[in-house]
Write a protein that binds this ligand. Sequence first.
Ligand code: AMP
Ligand code: GLY
Length: 423
Amino acid sequence: MTVCVVGQGGREHAMARLFARSADVVVTPGNPGMPGELFGHKITVDPASPEELGADLTVIGPEAPLVGGLADRLRARGLPVVGPGAAAAALEGSKAFMKQVLAEAGVPTARYGVFDDLAAARAFLAELPGPFVVKTDGLAAGKGVLVTPDREEAEADAAAKLSGRAFGAAGHRVVIEAGLDGIECSIHVLCDGPTVVPMAAARDFKRALDGDRGANTGGMGGYSPPPEVDDALVSRVIDEAVEPTLAALGRRGIEYRGVLYAGIMVTADGPAVIEFNVRFGDPEAQVVLPRLADDPFELFLATATGALRAPPAFAPAFALCVVAAAAGYPEAPVVGERIDGLGPDGQLADPIDGVTVLHAGTTKDPDGAFRVAGGRVLGFGALAPSLGEARDLAYRAAGSVRWPGMHLRRDIGPPARPATVPG
Ligand code: AMP
Ligand code: GLY
């Protein structure tokens, strides 16, 4: 049996290691930190297309191939695939489409407007009390969002996006939103068409710098489970946000089969949807998947084939991941630096029990040394009986690896004072 994982980042590395529990794994295109043998199964990387590979199960990691219709093409060949078709993936491909579907479905979300004209965008910003949120309509790898209390900064950002200077065509339309206040969390579910089951919840750290300062990134770290997200909150998100959204898609004749990620703000009035993503979060996958207690092949095959039954079980352990990024990330990552502290297999040269190095943006020299090849370079993932232990392990691991300009957040983990969920 072979599972094909599509993608090349830290999320896909975590998926490859998960599926190696049940089957051989081929990652396309993958990265050089992935290949090896785990649980008696092989993980290989292959530049061939997922159509050519024709695996027993294909799981698509990133949004771009989903938005581009890869899942439709695989299904047309009769291959089992986890990932929505292009029509459903538009939920992530166009924030304007997502907001429209949420409005139709009556799902709580921030007040918004969609603009391709600066004067109208300015007029809408003038009506909002702030904080202000300016997003590119199209895909921008998590970096196309500005949240600011400053109306002038929001106007300048909308102008830069609309002109195409900041994000090219993805920014020719912007979505402007009222800023929501509350506690943010990432809730993933698996959908097989009619049936929805929850995965473990996670928290992501989206800003580049400690204390949630700096630019929005793809994600600088995360952990699972966030102690303040209980089963009742997850059920409420499924009942009030996920099911109505799937029903609204259904009324358009669109079926959803894959992973759906609800970015939730738990506000004083209850959970509101910040966004839907049509795939696992990165780095959320790195902290959710290692905790899965069920057979991954069976669970994801059931998702692909419409056979989901009971919610999957998760180990009562805590996972935490610290992402180390290249100098200049997210604006202009500096690539090419040689990484010290890794062995030829890409794991720690001096291994630490409970720690996995997840490769995101690396290349490998012929002599076996790894080099920086992207913005987010490595994730240090740890699994332990408590969040504190997981955090200590992840930071100990991160401290044993270095390259010039390596930067990471020092505050990945629960807040110093326990957060309470209002309501
Ligand atoms: P998105 O790509 O839409 O998830 O936005 C990236 C990040 O910006 C989110 O994870 C939030 O931290 C923040 N954000 C987006 N929209 C809002 C909003 N309406 N209110 C507050 N924060 C937001
Ligand atoms: N970590 C946020 C995302 O994957 O969109």
